[in-house]
Design a protein. Structure first.
Length: 41
């Protein structure tokens, strides 16, 4: 599985999607992920 497909799957993972968590970047060796979460208050 390549990082682009993995990022897409994680962005549609229900707990992440429901809370507004978004995967911004995944390194090619899957060791580093940049995760963003907006404050919704």
């Amino acid at each position: 599985m390549n990082p682009v497909v993995f990022k897409t799957l994680l962005n549609f993972y229900p707990p992440y999607w429901g809370t507004g968590i978004r995967i911004a970047r995944i390194s090619s060796d899957f060791r580093e992920l940049v995760v963003l979460m907006k404050l919704r208050w």
